[in-house]
Ligand binder design. Structure first.
Ligand code: SF4
Length: 173
């Protein structure tokens, strides 16, 4: 199964998937402290249950991941992803990450999800994000591309860019 984090790495640069999944390079994951603040924010937003750090798998998409939080209000479920970032614009990869969490919840709880939330830890801001059927379709395409890199074990051709300056793989690449 493909980890949701691999999809995010792919959207940063397909080569990162090659280094991580084919060559086995491990990335250090920063530990994020957001528990109480996120809980307080979500409590203002909803009356329902909140499940934290929920591990889920999807057979249909072939992905797995841990959702930071899932809001359950009556029969509606909403994924929440917490971000520690200095950027306050919405990146496509973040939307795809939320979409991945949405399909994981859909498959495991037999529901349809049309929106989720990103929690900006620094700003203590919760932003609602629409998740459309086209996003779920786009996610399937991304999963296929990641699977191809892993199965073919060939380093993808990419153009170097400014992203390389911030990339953990730049010494290897
Ligand atoms: S250094 Fe640049 S080309 Fe290499 S993996 Fe990172 S972003 Fe991609």
């Amino acid at each position: 199964m493909i980890d949701v984090s691999d999809l995010i790495q792919y959207l940063y640069c397909p080569r990162k998937v090659y280094f991580i999944k084919v060559m086995g390079i491990k990335l250090k994951k920063p530990k994020m402290e957001f528990g109480k603040e996120l809980h307080d924010k979500l409590r203002i937003k909803c009356d329902g249950d909140i499940i934290y750090n929920l591990y889920l798998e999807s057979e249909s998409y072939g992905i797995r991941g841990v959702v930071d939080a899932v809001i359950k209000e009556n029969d509606n479920y909403y994924p929440v992803d917490a971000k520690f970032t200095r950027f306050n614009k919405l990146f496509y990869s973040w939307k795809m990450q939320l979409t991945a969490y949405a399909v994981l919840i859909e498959e495991n709880f037999d529901v349809t999800i049309r929106k989720g939330y990103i929690y900006f830890i620094d700003e203590k801001k919760l932003e609602e994000i629409e998740i459309a059927p086209e996003d779920k379709k786009a996610l399937r395409e991304i999963v296929k591309k990641v699977e191809t890199i892993i199965n073919e074990e060939k380093i993808p051709n990419v153009e170097k860019s400014r992203k390389c300056e911030y990339c953990e793989m730049k010494k290897l690449c």
